[in-house]
Design a protein around this ligand. Structure first.
Ligand code: MSP
Length: 519
């Protein structure tokens, strides 16, 4: 297949460390990315950090360090978390990098020159949590509904972006492209917000905010913050507004296939970002995937409640050597676009049931029987495809259909259904009894079919659990780096595949004591 695939995440604020909400988004994106790598040749995954703004400026001041020092520390911590979780991004963009800053300044100047940005005196309510101005009607009991804080009154002469000029074009685009905003139920929310949009402030006075990118032609102003942040998706590809023809990377990957973000920042991505792209005369991303939020034990995570969990907390408390179980759980805990919840008990139950029992035990049992009766060898006469292989082939299609709609949780359901069928098949056929009773060929055929299903499962589960999947493939002596279109064309070959010593459980049940000893 020769299509190009470009996926991005939101870039995280660096005034703290990564928590499992940030981790959810990065894992979700990584799973989608790894799946599409199994289908497309040219793929790219971008993530990064959003480092400017008043919050960083204030936190750094309170710590008596420079904003860039705070950024450097926390960026390292984010990168370490993503490494721990096997987030396989191709590029990590920092909004404090010179390349990014230079292009953002050029974008601003271009928009100023063509009249999409203009100077205007303004008094309004500013929420530093959202890093944007709010209208009275956005507030709930006088507070920002997202950050539950009272916005400050800010009066300044700022630059404004003519958002209203693009209102009708954005409405038309959303209405004409039902899969542009995923899940589709959020499109109505955006259409309602569009009814009341006004032009937006895109700069702040340097007297109030100094940690940002200066406006090139006006040293009294700092570019603030959404033009800076949103542009990352194209500055990372080397976009240059002054060039007639863009570079190869940009031409290959823009427009993005899927931009993954949280529901709280959908307005910025489906309205501001789209207007900005229209103003730059650039094509629009194909899909914006707005995921839900992760709660912990059904409670919103917050510093004041002291319930913020980092991915490290979870891996350490369950003594997990790879992130696979957490990746699997978190990417299947919320249906497409819905909120999800993390709880220790659910986590343990889910991964014990799905990864240890349904998947790991099936492989382990089948390989042990193959050793016991056939010395680990698949004989030619065992290679007779049964109904169950048809089901496995069909599962590939169902997984693909789900991923085409970015239904990452729903796709795990298909893989688990296949494993349930395979477990039922081996229990019904009882190859151990067949072999004991001398029906060796029949026993061998059953084992071949089950192990062949495991080969399919290893490739289908790979985006979620890359380490477990590779371990399964290693024991089957098969190739994990196979494109999905070739999966059904291949099959396990005759010959000795495994020795007793090579059989290792791919996932051990989580010991309940670990969870109880958790700090
Ligand atoms: N810097 C902006 C995004 C700019 S994108 C051009 C920002 N940063 S953030 O650090 O606050 O959030 C980063 C991402 O993490 C967002 O998509 C946000 O929705 C997501 N999440 C933050 N907390 C979350 C949960 N509790 N659950 C799921 N995702 C959450 O917004």
């Amino acid at each position: 297949m020769n299509e190009n695939f470009y996926i991005t995440t939101a870039i995280d604020y660096v005034n703290g460390k990564a928590h499992i909400g940030h981790a959810f988004e990065k894992i979700l994106t990584d799973v989608i990315y790894r799946h599409f790598k199994q289908r497309f040749d040219k793929t790219m995954f971008l993530t990064g950090t959003d480092e400017h703004g008043i919050k960083i400026q204030k936190t750094a001041k309170s710590l008596n360090i420079l904003p860039i020092e705070l950024c450097n520390q926390n960026v390292e911590s984010f990168k370490n978390s993503w490494k721990l979780l096997d987030i396989n991004y191709d590029k990590f963009i920092r909004t404090t990098s010179d390349e990014h800053k230079k292009i953002v300044q050029k974008i601003f100047e271009k928009l100023l020159k063509q009249g999409d940005i203009y100077k205007h005196s303004y008094k309004g309510l500013y929420c530093s949590g959202c890093e944007c101005f709010l209208n009275e009607k956005d507030l709930e009991n006088g507070l920002c509904p997202t950050h539950l804080k009272k916005p400050e009154i800010v009066e300044e002469e700022n630059y404004f972006f003519k958002l209203t000029k693009y209102k009708d074009a954005i409405i038309n685009h959303i209405k004409n492209n039902p899969s542009f905003i995923i899940p589709s139920f959020r499109a109505n929310e955006v259409l309602n917000q569009l009814e009341n949009i006004e032009d937006i402030s895109v700069s702040r006075s340097i007297n109030n905010v100094n940690w940002g990118i200066p406006v090139l032609s006006d040293s009294s102003q700092i570019i603030y913050v959404w033009i800076d942040a949103l542009s990352n998706y194209i500055t990372a590809l080397g976009y240059d507004p002054d060039k007639e023809e863009q570079n190869e990377t940009f031409k290959t990957f823009w427009p993005a296939t899927c931009q993954v973000i949280g529901k709280d920042i959908l307005k910025f991505h489906s309205i501001y970002w789209i207007a900005l792209l229209m103003a730059l005369n650039l094509p629009l991303p194909k899909h914006i995937l707005a995921h839900g939020w992760i709660t912990i034990d059904e409670t919103k995570m917050s510093k004041s409640l002291g319930n913020v969990l980092s991915p490290e907390n979870i891996l350490n408390s369950f003594k997990l050597e790879t992130p696979d179980a957490f990746r699997y759980y978190i990417s299947s805990c919320a249906n497409c676009g819905k909120d999800g919840n993390y709880s220790d008990i659910d986590f343990k139950e889910k991964v014990n049931a799905d990864l240890a029992n349904n998947m790991g035990n099936l492989l382990n049992r089948s390989l042990n029987i193959l050793i016991k009766y056939f010395d680990g060898e698949i004989k030619d006469e065992f290679i007779v495809e049964n109904e169950i292989i048809k089901i496995a082939k069909n599962t590939i299609n169902k997984v693909i259909e789900n991923f085409d709609k970015f239904q990452v949780a729903e796709a795990t359901f298909e893989i688990m259904t296949l494993l349930n069928v395979a477990n039922k098949y081996i229990n019904d056929q009882a190859p151990w009894s067949l072999a004991k009773n001398g029906n060796l060929k029949e026993a061998g055929i059953v084992l071949y079919n089950v192990l062949e299903v495991m080969r399919y499962v290893s490739v289908l589960i790979y985006p979620y659990c890359p380490n477990i999947a590779s371990n399964i493939a290693k024991q089957l002596k098969t190739n994990i780096n196979i494109k999905l279109c070739d999966l059904g064309k291949n099959n396990l070959k005759a010959g000795k595949i495994i020795t007793k010593e090579e059989i290792i459980p791919v996932f051990l049940r989580l010991d309940s004591e670990f969870a109880q000893n958790k700090k």
